[in-house]
Design a protein around this ligand. Structure first.
Ligand code: GTR
Length: 344
């Protein structure tokens, strides 16, 4: 038994399908299905003249979906290198639709050979308890949400899948074997769920995702089910509240989420001052999910020090010094991780 895992008594990992069933019915709700119809339109091609000093073109597009017989669309951005092909690419679920953005150093990503597709999560459905707007309004006409139905994390993950659908039409430029879904904090939880559910994502990166994301809940410091569900009930399905102050009874823990990404790759990023998310419990998740992967976590059985990164295994972990933030330093670790594993 690994020392770090002592005292957490986690449920053993199950087959991927069984874990995904549990995570959907107990935590995030059932992921909405593929739209009945889906087309993409270009709103504006080449948004910024000479973008990235001519090394990339950024275009605004719309995903036009038919869901439950009703039309729903949301905007996203594609920033594609102007030279070469077979580019690995990020699907970044972002807080804003800015390009570049304080959480997205676009030119640096381009300089490292990546393309980046991004969207602002609230263009899909608002980050509040209103279930009548955007995708939520289409799924839950007349307030019809049932206990195991999708919460908003699942809806944002669904949108990441639609952007992946677009990427799949751009095999002329993109390496479809190297799709990376990523996000910060609540959107790191979303990125992990999207990758767990959809095998087209070869890599997932969660940055400071914490409670109900990459952190083991049992024994966790900072935020727990009670705190998160009290403030953000609509992120989850209604069943999740049954575990408030009953975490020992959960038939899962967050290692199910990370293990469901196996045998693909996942990198977990924490920040040393982010006690609310709890870096140690995030690293623990890597250890607990490790057996699901061909080459699991390769790193020591002790908490990381600030600045350390363990990138060799199929599950990587890094701890940046500093506060809750999706920083350039985090992107650089992610680029390192993907570059190391891509094509391996
Ligand atoms: C916090 C929440 C965290 C995290 C964060 C964020 O308020 O408690 O779980 O998701 O928001 O998304 O920035």
């Amino acid at each position: 038994m690994l020392q770090m895992l002592e005292g957490r008594s986690l449920p053993p990992l199950l087959e991927r399908e069984a874990m995904l069933q549990i995570l959907q019915s107990e935590v995030y709700g059932k992921l909405p299905g593929r739209p009945e119809e889906l087309t993409f339109s270009t709103v504006e091609e080449n948004l910024f003249r000479n973008f990235c000093a001519g090394k990339a073109v950024c275009s605004k597009l719309t995903a036009n979906c038919m869901v439950n017989g009703r039309a729903f669309s949301f905007p996203f951005y594609a920033t594609l290198p102007t030279s070469g092909n077979n580019h690995p690419f990020f699907i970044h679920i972002n807080f804003r639709d800015w390009i570049p953005d304080r959480y997205m150093p676009t030119e640096e990503l381009i300089d490292n050979g990546f393309a980046v597709l991004s969207f602002s999560y609230e263009d899909v459905t608002a980050d509040n308890g209103d279930l009548t707007n955007g995708l939520a309004g289409i799924l839950y006409e007349n307030g019809s949400r049932q206990k195991g139905d999708a919460g908003k994390i699942a809806m944002w993950a669904w949108a990441a899948q639609r952007v992946m659908d677009y990427a799949a039409t751009r095999g002329d430029l993109l390496d479809l074997e190297s799709a990376v879904v990523c996000g910060h904090s609540r959107l790191g939880k979303t990125a992990l769920f999207a990758a767990a559910m959809d095998e087209r994502f070869a890599f997932a990166y969660s940055n400071d995702s914490g409670c109900s994301g990459a952190a083991i809940t049992r024994g966790k410091a900072g935020e727990r089910v009670k705190e998160i569900y009290t403030r953000f009930p609509y992120w989850f399905c209604e069943n999740y509240q049954t575990y408030i102050e009953r975490e020992a009874a959960m038939p899962f823990d967050q290692h199910f989420l990370v293990a469901s990404i196996a045998p693909r790759r996942v990198l977990i990023g924490s920040a040393s001052e982010d006690i609310w998310a709890d870096p140690v419990s995030e690293q623990l998740c890597c250890l607990a999910a490790s057996p699901a992967f061909p080459l699991g976590f390769v790193g020591p059985d002790r908490p990381a020090s600030a600045g350390e990164a363990f990138l060799e295994g199929d599950i990587g972990y890094h701890l940046r010094k500093g506060p809750h933030y999706f920083s350039r330093a985090d992107w650089q670790r992610l680029i390192q991780f993907v570059s190391l594993h891509r094509g391996r």
